[in-house]
Write a protein that binds this ligand. Structure first.
Ligand SMILES: NC(=O)c1ccc[n+]([C@@H]2O[C@H](COP(=O)([O-])OP(=O)(O)OC[C@H]3O[C@@H](n4cnc5c(N)ncnc54)[C@H](OP(=O)(O)O)[C@@H]3O)[C@@H](O)[C@H]2O)c1
Length: 287
């Protein structure tokens, strides 16, 4: 599989997003484990998760535990797999999502994620979402302290605007390695952040790269150029979408979510799909 860089680590150009395995509509545990194993079989070495990927209030970290279990039960070598988790976003259990960016909360959340993942230090820890009640520098300051304490190996942010990316880079003393924002054919508004990440040489992880859990299967019908290129190439429109994202910048590493082995395998194959200039021009015309 083609490799890309996060900080000082090489990872597969296509990652795996764990959210569909743990929120509304999630499959049974065994299917999720099979999906993670299928991604690993396909060469995926980046798995994105969050402590907030769960349904009920008493199962915080459902997805982190699933990933830890899948890595432990995988037959092959998993030493090169980077698990990227997040803190600062919460699910009280009533279906809503809330935020908490207080430094003490974030430090406690990271400690809990570390235990659930069963590691000495979290590979990549991302501040999930801005808390309007807490100055951004204070929240990111907690991530810096975690880095300094060796609790996390690399620091990232998510749902950030360009000013916050620059502020985080400053607070972290130049050690920000990644930004994770929504970006897909259905949501192109994070282009300024993608361009800034390219300029700064940090990784950009598009979330919901296929348009999100509910819309992913209809990508080809919602965005017909992707369907047309897919038909001409004999691949899925989702694979074309991921290859198109890879072509936008060498710092882009999509993290498509999967809850089935079939989709995990199909998405991973996008790393080998090289689109022509004509195909890219046709796809870029959607913006
Ligand atoms: N930072 C944030 O605030 C934030 C927010 C949302 C998501 N995320 C992260 O980003 C990841 C991806 O986003 P997402 O899961 O919301 O949306 P997505 O990746 O756009 O779509 C996920 C859905 O796409 C389907 N799919 C995947 N590959 C496919 C393929 N090759 N062909 C057909 N269908 C395919 C999957 O179906 P099956 O379930 O049937 O396999 C899955 O349910 C999440 O899992 C999560 O890790 C982060």
């Amino acid at each position: 599989m083609q490799q890309r860089t996060i900080g000082n680590v090489q990872v597969s150009a296509i990652g795996l997003g764990g959210m569909p395995m743990s929120i509304e509509g999630r499959p049974d545990r065994q299917r999720s484990i099979s999906a993670i194993h299928a991604a690993l079989d396909s060469g995926v070495t980046l798995i994105d998760t969050a402590d907030a990927y769960h349904l009920h209030a008493d199962e915080v970290g459902h997805n982190e535990m699933l990933i830890a279990e899948a890595l432990a039960s995988y037959g092959g070598d998993t030493s090169g797999v980077l698990v990227a988790t997040k803190g600062g976003h919460l699910r009280p259990g009533d279906g809503s999502w809330t935020v908490n960016g207080h430094p003490d909360y974030l430090k406690g959340a990271a400690e809990a994620s570390l235990k659930r993942l069963g590691v000495e230090a979290i590979g990549l820890y991302q501040f999930h979402r801005t808390d309007p009640k807490v100055p951004y520098a204070e929240s990111v300051g907690a991530i810096r302290d975690l880095l300094d304490a060796g609790k996390i190996r690399m620091a990232g942010i998510s749902n950030a605007n360009p000013a916050q990316i620059r502020e985080a880079q400053d607070v972290l003393g130049g050690r920000l390695v990644s930004v994770q924002n929504q970006y897909s054919p259905a949501f192109l508004s994070s282009r300024p952040e993608l361009d800034l990440a390219t300029e700064l040489g940090i990784a950009f992880l598009p979330w919901s790269p296929l348009g999100g859990i509910r819309r992913a299967s209809g990508l080809g019908s919602s965005h017909t150029p992707f369907q047309e290129v897919a038909e001409a190439r004999g691949v899925s429109p989702q694979q074309v979408c991921l290859a198109w994202l890879l072509a936008t910048s060498p710092i882009v590493i999509p993290i498509p979510g999967s809850s089935r082995p079939e989709t995990a395998k199909d998405s991973a194959a996008a790393a080998d799909l090289v689109l022509t200039d004509d195909e890219l021009a046709k796809l870029n015309a959607i913006g």
